[in-house]
Design a binder for this molecule. Structure first.
Ligand code: AMP
Ligand code: ZN
Length: 705
């Protein structure tokens, strides 16, 4: 067992190593080690921090989500105002700006930096002594909101600046040799940029919002702004957010003289900086950059709504100054909006995994923002009414966030006579069951638990690539299996055998009128895929259940913390909520799922079928010296909270239970113990005081009983 000093040193080097790999992964998008190796480092750090809680610091990589949910956000006054940008709507407006600059400066050789205009939400990050101390929104430019707890959960935001970026020592200072990097002081630094949500995550989030009966986000900007303003930081963590930083509020202490240098410094300091930056020597080069950006915008994984052109030299910038709302030295070249018109042919109602009914517009195919679209979700009944789109209308369509097809509204003058207002059907289009719209929700739902459409969606979710990944099991076969009564819940997949599958009627007919069956070859392959899906990693199965709020990231965190479905099933919501990356909202949702006896039946069926419900060899990185021992904690402890003590014991392999039985190895008794103490005495279970607990945690050695 390491002593405290050795542990402290190990903790620090683990943190450096984890920060390094997180930077490679989240900032540079080029990891050096496997996810497993990274996880192992994090787990070792978690183990050590659990054993020595006093070594935990707020900038530890394990503490990204730690703050409790807040009710409101404190106002955050900006030391320097956060300005908006002036817009150029086309090249002639951009040219007019170049003309003005040339006239003002009296020269033509001004260098510009062209950057993509990321469609996210503005973010200000303050670092004192190299550590993140505050994150704020722009607000009205003078005062924003303090969103530090949430932004800590965004992985590409460094909690500490990298040493490579330390500014040179002040003139005449004693410490100016390179070896003294780590000792030169950091000035206070405020960096600015954009927090954004990738297009794919935005699309997924909106699909989830629809399913949950919640309003959707109009674009990734609103989605990102919404995510950083969550009351519960773990919800922020569950939304896939990233950042691009592009500005240093006051570059002087860093001895930087140009925007291009500032961008390079930001990358050195560990920030994620957009790679599409061009230092342009002429307005033609800027124009060329803009044209390329317009062409490429649909291929980027995040949305951009223009190009920002900035005068490179800070000295020139200072000379130009600001108008009341924007700098004179920068201009946003905005992309033309991409909208098309087409004819709305039908509004069809789809039934989702949780029974949510979604009206979907079907229209004549049109090319919009780089691809052909023919359908768009209308989200819910209110939305259809608000937009007042009717079958037969000529409608304006576009892509929200550059990815999600969206009907903007009808062209009123082109409405055919007699076009009727649309209404939600009174019964489920799949099962004919009753429809219910909960008060305060926008989604109408089919309330029939046996609804085949819902079942189909749930089954497809389980079989999907990011879940159990049953290769070859597509929509058609799954639908047939549901129709023929072979599939009720996800555990039924494991009752299908090759023989039965081979004779599955596909519902199609041969030319001679005989039904086409699946056949032996496909059936055999499918049986192999089903078998292979029994040993998927635990997070994928957790994700596959389709529990509300449990996306891949949350599933990873749950699997890492509990290691098995059984452990999760046995854990009360409060203890789920304390896991890094989880909070009360997610914990309650997980708890509700496993409190439903129907779901436990499915878990048991999966187990009986041989589906692996535990994490694959979860190599403990701390010696499991307490393996096989069960502890119960009662009463108040001085040095630890009960959760911390429990986690520390678990890190050493112990089981921690909430009630005393004959199987209990030890009861740890703190101040004012309750009935558990009496029960321990009654059953003759050995009792330990806090000092004894402390000894166990310090030495890692089991107590002598
Ligand atoms: P607007 O909100 O249209 O006034 O545009 C100004 C906003 O664009 C700024 O507040 C930034 O949040 C955002 N923006 C996105 N990318 C950049 C960039 N590369 N440089 C400067 N601002 C940017
Ligand atoms: Zn139904």
């Amino acid at each position: 067992m390491p002593d405290r000093g050795a542990a402290a040193a190990r903790v620090e080097s683990l943190r450096r190593e984890i920060e390094h790999h997180a930077h490679r992964y989240y900032v540079l998008d080029s990891p050096e080690v496997s996810d497993d190796a990274y996880d192992a480092l994090v787990r070792e750090l978690e183990g050590l921090e659990a054993r020595w809680p006093d070594l935990v610091t707020p900038d530890s990589p394990t503490r990204r989500v730690g703050a409790p949910p807040s009710e409101t956000f404190e106002p955050a006054r900006h030391a320097r105002r956060m300005y908006s940008l002036d817009n150029a709507m086309d090249f002639s407006e951009l040219d007019a700006w170049f003309d003005r600059i040339e006239k003002d400066l009296g020269r033509r050789d001004c260098a510009f930096v062209a950057e993509l205009k990321i469609d996210g939400s503005s973010l200000s990050l303050t670092y004192k002594e190299g550590r993140l101390t505050r994150a704020a929104t722009r607000g009205d430019g003078t005062t924003g909101e303090n969103i530090t707890a949430n932004v800590r959960a965004v992985r590409s935001v460094p909690l500490r600046l990298r040493d490579e970026a330390r500014p040179p020592a002040a003139q005449g200072a004693l410490l100016d040799t390179p070896e003294d990097d780590a000792h030169r002081p950091w000035p206070a630094i405020e960096v600015r940029g954009e927090v954004y949500m990738p297009k794919s995550s935005f699309a997924r989030l909106n699909a989830d919002q629809d399913e949950a009966g919640l309003p959707v986000f109009a674009n990734p900007r609103n989605a990102a702004a919404g995510a950083v303003r969550q009351k519960d930081p773990s919800v922020t963590a569950s939304r896939d957010l990233s950042t691009f930083m592009y500005q240093i509020a006051d570059p002087r202490p860093l001895a930087l003289s140009r925007q291009s240098e500032a961008l390079a410094w930001l990358a050195r300091a560990g920030f994620r900086v957009n790679p599409d930056i061009r230092l342009c020597a002429s307005r033609d080069e800027v124009r060329d950059f803009c044209e390329t950006a317009i062409e490429r915008r649909h291929d980027l994984p995040y949305e951009i709504d223009g190009v920002v052109v900035k005068v490179d030299s800070f000295a020139l910038q200072d000379g130009m100054g600001f108008t009341a709302r924007a700098p004179r030295w920068a201009m946003a070249f905005k992309f033309p909006p991409e909208e098309k018109t087409t004819v709305l042919r039908a509004i069809r109602v789809q039934v989702g995994r949780t029974g949510a009914l979604t009206p979907v517009a079907e229209f004549d195919p049109v090319l919009v923002a780089g691809s052909t679209i023919a359908r768009a979700t209308l989200h819910n009944e209110d939305e259809v009414r608000r937009k007042d789109v009717r079958v037969g209308d000529t409608v304006i369509v576009r892509k929200a966030g550059d990815v999600i097809p969206e009907v903007v509204g009808p062209v009123p003058g082109l409405r055919p006579e007699g076009a009727a207002e649309w209404t939600m059907p009174a019964t489920c289009p799949s099962c004919g069951g009753p429809i219910w719209r909960p008060a305060g929700e926008v989604a109408a739902r089919c309330t029939n638990v046996a609804c085949p459409a819902q079942r189909l969606e749930r089954l497809l979710h389980w079989a999907g690539r990011t879940a159990a990944d049953i290769d070859g099991l597509g929509y058609e076969i799954t639908a047939r299996l549901v129709e023929t009564g072979g599939l009720h819940d996800v555990a039924d997949f494991y009752r299908l055998d090759a023989e039965a599958l081979a004779t599955l009627d596909t519902g199609r007919l041969k030319k001679d009128g005989t039904p086409i069956v699946l056949g032996e070859t496909i059936a055999a392959k499918l049986a192999v895929s089903i078998e292979a899906s029994k040993t998927r990693p635990l997070p994928r199965l957790l994700y596959g259940f389709g529990i509300r709020h449990v996306g891949s990231t949350v599933a990873d965190a749950l699997a890492a913390a509990f290691g098995s479905i059984d452990a999760l099933v046995a854990t009360p919501a409060e203890s789920i909520a304390v896991v890094d990356g989880i909070g009360p909202v997610i914990a309650a949702s997980v708890r509700a799922f496993f409190d439903n006896p129907d779901n436990i039946v499915v878990v048991e069926k999966l187990r009986a079928a041989g589906v692996r419900l535990v994490e694959e060899q979860r190599g403990p990185t701390v010696p499991q010296t307490l393996a096989g021992l069960t502890f119960v904690l009662t009463g108040g402890l001085v040095k630890y909270s009960r959760d911390e003590a429990g986690a520390a014991l678990k890190a050493l392999g112990a089981k921690v239970s909430s009630s005393v039985s004959k199987k209990t190895s030890f009861v740890v008794v703190g101040e004012d113990p309750g009935s558990k103490h009496d029960r321990a005495l009654e059953l003759g279970v050995p009792v330990l005081d806090e000092a004894a607990l402390d000894r166990i945690l310090q030495t890692g050695e089991p107590p002598r009983s």
